[in-house]
Design a protein around this ligand. Structure first.
Ligand code: MG
Length: 373
């Protein structure tokens, strides 16, 4: 049983090596909420809340997560025993939404449990893959020639899949430039972050002719019905990201045939327990699944790599090495990728399998609050 003692919330600011551009905006620095939870038995666990600075990807932000944890979640958890990591969510069921804030708490409990049982997080989650294939997400570029160059460069680095961000005005021409410049058979996906409607069907049908691995979240985040209508007209698999907020939504997706691939992000679905349940539904229903990324630091990356080692993750995860985003990560060793595009799940190390660089985090901290259970 886990007996929690205290929680420290910190905000750090980590500049990205290059600005990341999507259909919803530009990011050049990440404001990141880190949690450090201590147990009465002496273990401490770091976790990362993936909420962004603004409510573009989801309604949550780093500031709403900070508020929810301090004002509602920690007071509600006082006096509750935690027998299994997901138990921390039981007293939080009365609070709707705020999945990324809840996930940060729940994921830390998995880490504490791994330490308590002296096992790796990957083993504790049920992982079986020791080497996890990695894909890369490339943001929008000012010119198509730059995009082609970046895709070429990524393939040269060994990435097993390349995903480009698309949006109205930066879609078919980008895909055409890559296909004609690099080749018709390189593994390529597109992610629209919900920026189209069924009125764009002709454009989406054109994208369907390029042999893409998937078209990710073309339509609105809360709409499974229109995604089903779209999937019926496309041979390219539709992948859902923003639409999948929990295991029930994947079951609905299966029933409605809203797509054939799921991008699983533990933060988006409320934690690792929900992510594992979604993985299980995908496996049973023969949907492809992969672990997505949210521009995490090496702490969030450690959780994603452990999750991606489960057997039902059939496509490369968004698991770029630390050096892709950050001049210097906050973990040691930094995450790296082999020349053939695989990340090693650290099976032989307890917990996350990486050391958190506390002094670097101290240097980067701009807000700190300690809450006692
Ligand atoms: Mg996406």
């Amino acid at each position: 049983m886990l007996k929690l003692d205290a929680i420290e919330m910190r905000e750090i600011r980590l500049p990205l090596k290059q600005p990341f551009v999507t259909a919803s905006g530009v990011q050049d620095c990440r404001r990141i909420l880190l949690l450090e939870i201590s147990a009465r038995t002496g273990e401490t666990a770091w976790s990362e809340c993936v909420a962004q600075e603004t409510p573009h990807y989801s309604p949550e932000t780093i500031d709403t997560a900070w508020f929810a944890i301090r004002e509602w979640f920690v007071p509600a958890l006082k006096g509750h025993d935690i027998h299994a990591p997901s138990d921390i969510l039981i007293p939080l069921r009365v609070f709707r939404g705020h999945r990324m804030a809840k996930a940060a708490l729940e994921m830390a409990c998995w880490n504490l449990e791994a330490q308590r049982t002296d096992t790796s997080l990957a083993t504790l989650l049920g992982g079986t893959q020791r080497r996890v294939p990695a894909g890369i997400a490339i943001g929008m570029q000012p010119e198509e020639s730059m995009l082609v160059e970046r895709v070429q460069d990524s393939l040269g680095q060994g990435y097993r899949n390349v995903k480009i961000k698309i949006g109205p005005g930066a879609d078919v021409r980008c895909v055409e430039a890559i296909r004609s410049g690099i080749g018709a058979d390189v593994p390529l996906s597109v992610d629209a972050n919900a920026s189209y409607t069924l009125a764009d069907i002709e454009l989406l049908r054109t994208l369907d002719t390029y042999g893409l691995t998937m078209i990710e979240q073309p339509l609105a985040q809360d709409d499974l019905v229109r995604h089903a209508a779209l999937q019926a007209q496309l041979s390219t698999p539709v992948c859902l990201d923003e639409s999948i907020t929990g295991p029930d939504r994947v079951e609905d997706m299966v029933r409605l045939r809203s797509g054939r691939v799921v991008n699983v992000k533990p933060g988006r679905v409320g934690g690792l327990s929900a992510a594992i349940s979604i993985h299980n539904v995908c496996r049973k229903s023969r949907l492809d699944a992969w672990v997505g990324g949210m521009l995490e630091t090496g702490i969030g990356r450690a959780y994603n790599v452990a999750l991606a080692s489960l057997p039902g993750f059939t496509l490369p995860g968004d698991l770029s090495p630390s050096s892709r985003y950050w001049a210097c990560d906050i973990v040691q060793p930094e995450w790296t990728m082999s020349p053939d595009g695989f990340v090693e799940a650290p099976w032989d190390r307890t917990g996350l399998g990486v050391e958190v660089d506390r002094s670097r985090i101290d240097d980067l901290t701009c807000r700190l609050e300690r809450l006692v259970w």
